[in-house]
Structure formats: C-alpha cells, structure tokens
Design a protein around this ligand. Structure first.
Ligand code: MTE
Ligand code: MO
Length: 383
C-alpha cells in the first residue's frame, strides 16, 4: 500500500478522496489572506513520497547536452540568495462542481470554491540555479524551450523557459511555507513554485529538473490540464490540438454572506439592514485585480466591492506597479437589503481588462478545467 505512510491531515479539510489525498480548504478559512498551513488545500495525484532527510535530498539538473549537476537542499541554501514571495496556488479544477451543475458531467474531482489557497513561500530562484549550471540567462541556447520538473513519486510538468528565467517571473525552488519547513503534503523538502501559473506546474517533492527543447512528456502536461471546445467529448480529443494550461484566467468567489441589522453595524456609512459579502479574487500571470463587481439582483445592477489592503509584498523583489500580483485580493461589500432580489453574482476584472464569463455552458469542456463563470449564491446560503 503506497499510501500507508501518508501524513495525518487536518479534520477541517473537505475531503474529496483519501487515496490519493484530495482535500479542499473549508469556506471558513478562505477569508484569511494567508491560509493557515494545515488548512491549505491538498491535491495529490499519487502517494506522498517518503523523503526522510531534508538536507541530503538531492536535486539533479539535466542540461541540454545531457550533463547532470546535483545539489542537496543544503547546497541550495548555502550557495544562493534566499527570496520570499506571497503567492496563491489554484488548482485548474477549482469550482469544477459549479461547471458540472450548470452544464454536463465532467471528468475530475468535483471541487467547490476551496481548491485555492495562499502562502508565503521561501526558497531560491530557479534562474539563479540555472545560471549556476551554465544557462545563459541573457541569451539562452535556442534549443532550450522548456524547463521540466519531476517529483519523487513520478509526477511531472513543465513551464516555458522564458518564465523560468524571467527576472520578474519569481519562480522559486521552495523549502519553507509560511516560515516553516514545507509539510509533507505540500512537497517536503523541496517544491517548485511557479506563481501566476496553474498550480499543476508547481511540482512537489522536486528531485529533478530537465532543461529541454520539449515539454514534459507526462500526462499532466500533454493531456489532463488542457481545455477543449464544448463539442469535444472525452472519447475523441486530439490532445495535441490544445496548449497546456499555464497562466490562469481571472477568477473570484463569494466566501461569506452575512445578514446584519442596521443597529448592529459598526460601519459609519450604513443606516439600513444590510448583507455583508466577502470573498476572493485572483488573476493569473501576475495581473492585478482592479475591480470586483457585485450584483444583488442577478446581474441587473452592480456595486463595487472594496478591495482589501494587499497583504502581499507585491513585486516582492520589484516595484509595486509591475505585473507581479501573485496573490489573491480579498474583498468586501455591504449591500442594503432593499436592493437585494434574487441571487448575488460577482465578477472580477484584472489589469488587462479580462472579465469572467457570465455563464458556464458556452465554455463547457469535458475535463472541467478553469471553471470561472460568475459565482452566484442565494441570498441566504452557505454552499
Ligand atoms: N506535484 C507532485 N509531485 N505531485 C502532485 O500530485 N499535484 C499538482 C501540483 N504539484 C502534484 C504536484 C497539482 S494538480 C496541484 S493543484 C498542486 O500541486 C497542489 O499543491 P498543494 O497540494 O500544495 O495545494
Ligand atoms: Mo491541480
């Protein structure tokens, strides 16, 4: 039984499967900017490999000419400058259950709104390590197109080399999560962090990196994490016809709906009985969330949510106005009950003015990836 040494998990996680462990963050924890580590969603395709000694765990880097260079985690810490960044990871299946309910069956775990979490990650920059093994960051060999990551239990994925070496890409080889060694479920002792990209590329239990002219040959790169048109069914996809998901589209969700009587409200600008909504909004590619629109009447009229203070050191290594918003924005809005009729709807807008589609059906894809239509919730919930 390869799962017999899997770690114990927090009882509050919402379990979709135990072997492998697939558990989402409970809604009650989605309101905290940094997700408590033990409440961070877990998405494992296989078992948790047993890597007992952090310091002697080896990372092998295979270069384009086949040469291999090895580092222990201790070498990485000693040799390279340490960086930290706050970044949100979101599974490509987040909100899949909403898509399925609105359209047709989909393949995959039926996640709610909790296959997303945020942490502060600490490690060394992939670009520094690649430079150390001889990759020319200014003018890389034209044959080098992709950087592949392989995990100790056999999972693999890759990213384009431009992201890997971008000095504003912030791709890290991470050993700490929220100031503590990575827990086993999240990749102990070393994982890749590819901020702004679908979490499937942030490979855990990292033990090999391959600098290559090709993408990873894994099913997770070449098949599962792709989107096809609504007419394509699971039986006939031309897998090569769609690109692997990398940067993710704009997403948002309502995490709390709270009815408040006027006399209980502390906010000075509120005089009427109201509903306080809270939630998250997130965009891929480092794009900032510029607005969250909230409708109290199924999309007829709209209010602006207040975007909460950004807790991340945006552009942890650069200026605050660059494209490095790696973490979600939490938001809050107060809606007078007199304006409420029908379901609440929300949509977020990123700094490229990308918007979320209003409905799921036109974007049905049989894998149920990247479900990001407006989140609609009844006036009293919770779901
Ligand atoms: N890395 C390895 N080695 N094995 C895995 O199963 N799952 C991927 C990615 N990295 C996975 C992996 C997927 S699909 C997601 S969504 C994230 O890890 C989940 O990271 P988390 O469990 O730390 O939340
Ligand atoms: Mo995922």
């Amino acid at each position: 039984d390869p799962f017999k040494d899997d770690p114990a998990r927090d009882a509050a996680l919402i379990e979709h499967s135990a072997r492998p462990c697939n558990s989402e963050t409970p809604i009650s924890e989605l309101g905290s900017y940094i997700t408590p580590t033990e409440k961070f969603y877990v998405r494992n395709h296989l078992w948790v490999p047993d890597v007992s000694d952090a310091e002697t765990h080896r990372l092998t880097i295979e270069l384009f000419d086949g040469e291999e260079v090895e580092y222990t985690v201790a070498d990485l810490r000693k040799k390279f400058k340490e960086y930290s960044t706050t970044a949100t990871l979101q599974c490509s299946g987040n909100r899949r259950s909403h898509l399925t309910q609105a359209s047709q069956p989909t393949n995959g775990i039926q996640w709610g709104i909790g296959a997303i979490s945020t942490a502060t990650w600490t490690g060394v920059r992939l670009r520094d390590v690649l430079a150390d093994v001889g990759v020319d960051l200014q003018d890389p060999d034209e044959n080098i197109r992709h950087v592949q990551f392989i995990g100790a239990e056999a999972y693999g994925a890759s990213i384009p080399v431009d992201k890997a070496i971008d000095r504003h890409g912030d791709v890290l080889l991470v050993y700490n999560m929220n100031g503590q060694p990575l827990p086993r479920d999240h990749g102990f002792p070393l994982r890749a962090l590819v901020p702004g990209h679908v979490a499937a590329r942030s490979v855990k239990w990292l033990n090999k990196i391959v600098v290559s002219d090709e993408e990873s040959s894994s099913q997770w790169q070449r098949r599962d994490y792709k989107c096809f048109g609504p007419n394509v069914s699971a039986s006939d996809p031309d897998w090569n016809a769609a690109p692997a998901i990398q940067e993710v589209p704009v997403q948002s969700a309502i995490t709390s709906v709270c009815h408040v009587k006027a006399d209980k409200l502390k906010d000075s600008d509120l005089a009427e009985d109201s509903v306080v909504l809270q939630g998250y909004a997130f965009a891929g590619g480092g794009r900032h969330i510029v607005r969250v629109d909230v409708s109290p009447d199924e999309g007829r009229t709209w209010l602006q949510a207040h975007l909460q203070e950004d807790g991340a050191k945006i552009g942890a290594f650069g200026s605050p106005d660059d494209r490095r918003a790696w973490a979600w924005r939490l938001w809050r809005v107060v809606v007078p009950v007199t304006q409420v009729s029908g379901k609440f709807c929300i949509k977020a807008i990123d700094d490229s003015y990308n918007v979320q589609p209003d409905t799921f059906e036109p974007n049905y894809n049989f894998r149920g990836n990247l479900a990001n239509a407006w989140h609609r919730v009844p006036v009293s919930r919770d779901d």
